[in-house]
Design a protein around this ligand. Structure first.
Ligand SMILES: C[S@@+](CC[C@H](N)C(=O)[O-])C[C@H]1O[C@@H](n2cnc3c(N)ncnc32)[C@H](O)[C@@H]1O
Length: 601
C-alpha cells in the first residue's frame, strides 16, 4: 500500500472516530497497488459480530448537507411528507437571492445525484472557496475515472483546459479508448454506456445552468473555473459509490433516495452468495430513537432492522422500461418507500452465518446486474472464478489468466464452441451458473422493428407496454437451463404477427400469449438466426480485441518504437474478451436447446 493511501485511510478513520459518535469498524483496507481497493476482516469474526457501524451524521446526502451548505437551500429536493425543503434554510442561505424565473417556470430543484455531484465538484474550486465538512471522506474517493471507466471513453477531454504538454498524450489515449469502445463492446453494452452518457449529459447541463445562474456561483464565474472533467469525476463518484437508503425524498426514488457512505463504499461487489458476507441493517441513530419512541409507538414496525439496498446507481432508462430483467436495482426502490426519521438512520453491518477469518474480503451484491450493466455503470464485470477478487485482479493488472485465455484462441481470435475440451466445458459451466448470466438481444430486435411499418410498430409497442414486455429482450442463465425471457418471446411473437391482427386486443389484456403454430415456428427461426449472429459478432469482436494486444497506444511503430499496450489496457481487453465468451457460451447453449426442438409455448 502506498504511504499516502495509508495516511488518507487513517485520517478518514480518525475523523469518523472523533466527529461521528457511534462509529465502529472491524474492517481493514486491502489495497494492493494496481488492484482494486477493498475491505477485509480486521480480525477473526463470528456470526452477528459488528463489521461496521456507520452513524447517519457522517453520510453525505441532501439531509446531512443542508444545514451548513453553501449551495442555496432552494435548490435542495423537498421531503415527501412536509413538501418543504429538507430542512429550514440557515440564516446564511435565507439571504441568498432566488434568481427570477418566468412565472410559468417551476422553481429549480436539484435531485440527490445532482446535488451530491455539485457538492463534490465545488471542493475542486481552484480558489478553494468551498471547503467541505466531509473533506477527509472526499480525499478517500478515487482520484480519477480516466481511463478505465467506459463513460470516459465517450466523453472527450476538454482540449482547451489541458496543458499543452499533456494534451497530445491524453488525446492519443482517449482515441485509443474510444476505438476500444467502438470495436470491443457488444451493441447492447454500447447502448448501456450511451444510457449512462445520456444521464451524465443531462445532469451536466443542469449543473452548468446552476453555476451560470445561481448565486454565489454566478458572481464567482464558477462555470468557467469548474471544468467539465471535474463534474465528470464527481458524477462518477456519486454514480458508482452511492447506496440506496430511504431519505423520505420524492420520486423518482432512484434519483433522490441515496447517499454516500464513508468506508462502506470501499466494499466490492460479488453475486456469489458464498462470498457475500455481511447483513446490512438500518437502525435509528441513538438520539433519534429516543425522540421517535416518545413521539410514536409504531417505531418498531416502521423499518427497524430492515435489510437495506446496496450501491445502486440511478436506474438506466432501459432498466426502467424493463421490469422483467433481473430486478435491476428494484431492491432500492422498494425499500426507499419505508423510511425511519429521515437523516436519522445508521447503517450496521453484521457478520453472516459462518463468520469471517482475519483478512478475508467482505463483498456485497450491488444489485441484480448482468455483466454489461456492471461494466457500463461501474467499469468492471464478474468472471466465473472462485471469487470476485480474482476478477478484479484481471480487471486492473492484466497479467492474470485473461492473457493466457486470449492467447489460447485460434489465430483468428476464435474459440470453437462446438469442439470443447474439458477446460472449455468447465469454463462454460462457470458462465452458465452465473447468477445474472444474460445476453441482451436489443440491437438485433431493434433491427427487426425498423423493418416494420411505423404504425404497426407503434401499435405493437403499445401492446407490449400494456403487458409489461417492452424492452426486455434478454436471455437468461437462471433459473437453469438457459431460456429467453417472456418479454423476448412476446416481442418476437408480435413482430411476426400480421399488422392490425384482431389478436392484439386479447394480447394487450393478457388473455393470450401463444399465437399460432406458424407464428411460433417463425419466432424460433428468428431466435435461432439471432443467436447465430450473436456468436459470429462476438467472435469477430474477440478477434479485433486480440489484434489490439501488442499494439501501441502512441502509434510509434513507424519509428520502430513498438510499444505494448500497458497493463491496464491489457486488463480491460481481457475483461471485454471474457464478456464475448459469456455471450458465446450462453447463446450456444440456447441454440443447442432450440436445435433439439425445445418448446417455450
Ligand atoms: C463502491 S466502489 C468499491 C471500492 C473500490 N474498489 C475502491 O477502490 O474504492 C465500486 C467500484 O469498485 C470496483 N469494483 C467493485 N467490485 C468489483 C469487482 N468484483 N471486481 C472488480 N472491481 C470491482 C469498480 O471499479 C467499481 O466501480
Amino acid at each position: 500500500m502506498y504511504d499516502s493511501e495509508v495516511e488518507i485511510w487513517n485520517t478518514l478513520l480518525k475523523w469518523l472516530e472523533e466527529k461521528h459518535p457511534g462509529f465502529e469498524s472491524n474492517l481493514s483496507l486491502r489495497d494492493i497497488p494496481g488492484v482494486e481497493r477493498g475491505l477485509t476482516a480486521g480480525r477473526d469474526l463470528k456470526k452477528d459480530d459488528t463489521l461496521l457501524h456507520i452513524p447517519s451524521t457522517c453520510m453525505l446526502n441532501p439531509l446531512t448537507l443542508l444545514p451548513n451548505s453553501p449551495i442555496p437551500s432552494h435548490l435542495f429536493p423537498q421531503t415527501k411528507s412536509t413538501n418543504t425543503n429538507v430542512s429550514s434554510p440557515s440564516p446564511k442561505e435565507s439571504s441568498t437571492p432566488v434568481p427570477k424565473r418566468a412565472r410559468t417556470d417551476k422553481p429549480r430543484k436539484l435531485d440527490t445525484t445532482q446535488l451530491l455531484t455539485l457538492h463534490l465538484a465545488l471542493t475542486k474550486d481552484p480558489q478553494e472557496r468551498y471547503k467541505s465538512d466531509w473533506a477527509p471522506y472526499i480525499d478517500s474517493l478515487p482520484k480519477s475515472f480516466r481511463p478505465w471507466h467506459p463513460l470516459t471513453w465517450v466523453v472527450p477531454l476538454d482540449e482547451e483546459q489541458r496543458s499543452s504538454g499533456q494534451k497530445e498524450k491524453q488525446r492519443e489515449e482517449w482515441i485509443w479508448y474510444n476505438h476500444l469502445y467502438q470495436i470491443g463492446l457488444s451493441g447492447s453494452t454500447r447502448l448501456k454506456v450511451q444510457d449512462v452518457k445520456k444521464r451524465f449529459d443531462q445532469d451536466y447541463e443542469v449543473l452548468s445552468d446552476v453555476l451560470k445562474e445561481e448565486e454565489p456561483f454566478k458572481s464567482q464565474n464558477l462555470v468557467e473555473s469548474i471544468e467539465k472533467e471535474v463534474i465528470l469525476w464527481a458524477w462518477l463518484n456519486v454514480n458508482t459509490r452511492s447506496i440506496s437508503i430511504p431519505l423520505g425524498l420524492p420520486a423518482p426514488s432512484e434519483r433522490n433516495n441515496h447517499t454516500l457512505v464513508p468506508i462502506m463504499d470501499f466494499i466490492n461487489h460479488s453475486s456469489n452468495e458464498k462470498l457475500i458476507t455481511p447483513r446490512v441493517k438500518q437502525l435509528p441513530t441513538p438520539s433519534a430513537r429516543m425522540r421517535k419512541q416518545s413521539a410514536s409507538s409504531t417505531a418498531k414496525s416502521n423499518g427497524l432492522d430492515k435489510d437495506i439496498a446496496l450501491p445502486s446507481p440511478p436506474l438506466t432508462s432501459s432498466a426502467k422500461s424493463n421490469g422483467s430483467t433481473n430486478g435491476t436495482n428494484s431492491m432500492g426502490l422498494r425499500k426507499a418507500d419505508q423510511h425511519l426519521l429521515p437523516n436519522k438512520i445508521d447503517f450496521k453491518l453484521v457478520c453472516q452465518e459462518g463468520g469471517l477469518r482475519k483478512d478475508e474480503e467482505v463483498f456485497f451484491e450491488y444489485g441484480g446486474h448482468s455483466s454489461s450493466t456492471l461494466f457500463a455503470e461501474y467499469g468492471f464485470c464478474e468472471i466465473p472464478t472462485k471469487s470476485s477478487f480474482d476478477s478484479s485482479l484481471k480487471l486492473t493488472n492484466g497479467t492474470g489468466s485473461e492473457e493466457e485465455k486470449l492467447a489460447s484462441n485460434d489465430t483468428n481470435g476464435n474459440q470453437n464452441v462446438n469442439q470443447r475440451g474439458n477446460s472449455d466445458e468447465k469454463e462454460e459451466n462457470g458462465w452458465l451458473s452465473m447468477k445474472y448470466g444474460e445476453v441482451d438481444l436489443t440491437p438485433y430486435i431493434n433491427e427487426l422493428w425498423e423493418e416494420q411499418d411505423e404504425d404497426d410498430q407503434e401499435e405493437k409497442k403499445a401492446v407490449l407496454q400494456d403487458i409489461g414486455c417492452w424492452g426486455g429482450n434478454t436471455i437468461h442463465c437462471q433459473p437453469s437451463p438457459v431460456h429467453p425471457s417472456h418479454s423476448l418471446l412476446m416481442t418476437l411473437r408480435l413482430i411476426h404477427l400480421p399488422s392490425n391482427s384482431p389478436k392484439l386486443t386479447n394480447i394487450s389484456r393478457g388473455l393470450v400469449t401463444y399465437l399460432s403454430p406458424a407464428n411460433e415456428t417463425s419466432v424460433m427461426m428468428t431466435l435461432e438466426n439471432m443467436l447465430k449472429r450473436v456468436i459470429k459478432d462476438s467472435h469477430k469482436r474477440q478477434k479485433d480485441l486480440n489484434k489490439l494486444i501488442g499494439h501501441s497506444i502512441h502509434a510509434k511503430e513507424e519509428n520502430g518504437e513498438k510499444e505494448e499496450v500497458n497493463a491496464e489496457q491489457r486488463g480491460i481487453i481481457g475483461m471485454l474478451s471474457s464478456m464475448c465468451e459469456e455471450e458465446q457460451v450462453i447463446a450456444r447453449s440456447l441454440l443447442d436447446r432450440l436445435e433439439k426442438g425445445v418448446d417455450f409455448s
